[in-house]
Ligand binder design. Structure first.
Ligand SMILES: *[C@@H]1O[C@H](CO)[C@@H](O)[C@H](O)[C@H]1NC(C)=O
Ligand SMILES: *[C@@H]1O[C@H](CO)[C@@H](O)[C@H](O)[C@H]1NC(C)=O
Length: 286
């Protein structure tokens, strides 16, 4: 008897869903933050490697962390090291790079794997990523946070880890994890971090995990094509931030004065030039 009732309820939901998918899916917390990867290929490499190759996953929570929490997360990712991190000129790295973390310091993974990783990326790409994240956090459903979202990728066809090709770690390092908290003022003046003489973390890129799950190809309502590991739902929200004037955005990103101690609002001046496309998934392409 109970079984029959359950069947009836399930049948009703299935029948109702085609006409009502938008309302239902907008209650789904796993809205999608889409990165258009030809705008920032090196940064996308880092996100894809963490999300897909190391199975940190793409499900993140923006939890409005304090400056201290963010500093500790950057340290856990390996971006705060004695005398400047590995991407700094002080450590012999070429100029113009920054230490990029995944997950973002403003966020935590919702999955079971809590590793944080880092990669040295061109500073301009890091600034573009910051501008996009800031626009997303301020937009519609997130409203300044907190909020849950999934990071997904567009135009990432030639970035190996975005295609779940994890054969080459290519400068990806897993951070030392949470150890001693970072200290106030643990920041180098050259835009990299300095933990004031604590021992160097010994990062490793060897902990590669088994990659699972097929990639699916979807189209959003404004014509953005995205690749997703797993299944997106028709009607699911997918937010893409694109520059109105890409020349201006390149200029802004290249001259951005990065401030680790400041929150995402340091990118507010980019907002007028960024179009937030509050799309939904309209079709599965393959
Ligand atoms: C859509 O879903 C809402 C909320 O569940 C419900 O109130 C509404 O009647 C549904 N509309 C249709 C056309 O089924
Ligand atoms: C785009 O930005 C550049 C650089 O600031 C500017 O020179 C150009 O006029 C802008 N283009 C348009 C169409 O506004």
């Amino acid at each position: 008897m109970k079984f029959a009732v359950l069947l009836f309820v399930a049948g009703t939901l299935v029948a109702a869903s085609p006409t009502n998918f938008t309302i239902a899916s907008r209650q789904d917390p796993a809205d999608l933050m889409i990165f258009v990867c030809d705008q920032m290929p090196e940064v996308c490499h880092n996100m894809c490697y963490g999300a897909l190759c190391l199975n940190i996953g793409s499900a993140l929570t923006f939890d409005n962390p304090s400056a201290t929490d963010k500093r500790n997360r950057r340290k856990a990712a390996g971006c705060i090291e004695s005398g400047g991190n590995r991407c700094s000129v002080r450590k012999g790295h070429a100029a113009g790079f920054q230490c990029d973390e995944y997950p973002f310091a403003s966020s935590s993974p919702r999955g079971t794997i809590t590793d944080r990783i880092n990669r040295c990326v061109p500073a301009g790409e890091n600034s573009k990523q910051g501008g996009i994240i800031n626009a997303f956090y301020r937009a519609s459903f997130c409203k300044g946070g907190p909020c849950d979202f999934n990071v997904e990728f567009s135009n990432a066809g030639n970035i190996a880890p975005c295609q779940m090709d994890c054969t080459d770690s290519d400068n990806e390092i897993i951070g030392p994890g949470s150890g001693t908290p970072a200290q106030d003022g643990d920041e180098a003046d050259d835009g990299t971090d300095d933990d004031g003489g604590n021992p160097e973390p010994t990062g490793t890129s060897k902990k590669k995990r088994v990659v699972t799950g097929a990639r699916h190809h979807y189209l959003t309502s404004s014509g953005v094509e995205i690749d997703i590991r797993g299944i997106a739902r028709i009607g699911q929200r997918a937010v893409t931030v694109v520059a109105r004037n890409t020349t201006l955005w390149d200029e802004q990103a290249k001259s951005h004065a990065y401030d680790d101690e400041n929150d995402e609002s340091q990118y507010d001046y980019m907002l007028p030039n960024l179009e937030v496309r509050d799309d939904v998934i309209i079709a599965e392409l393959s």
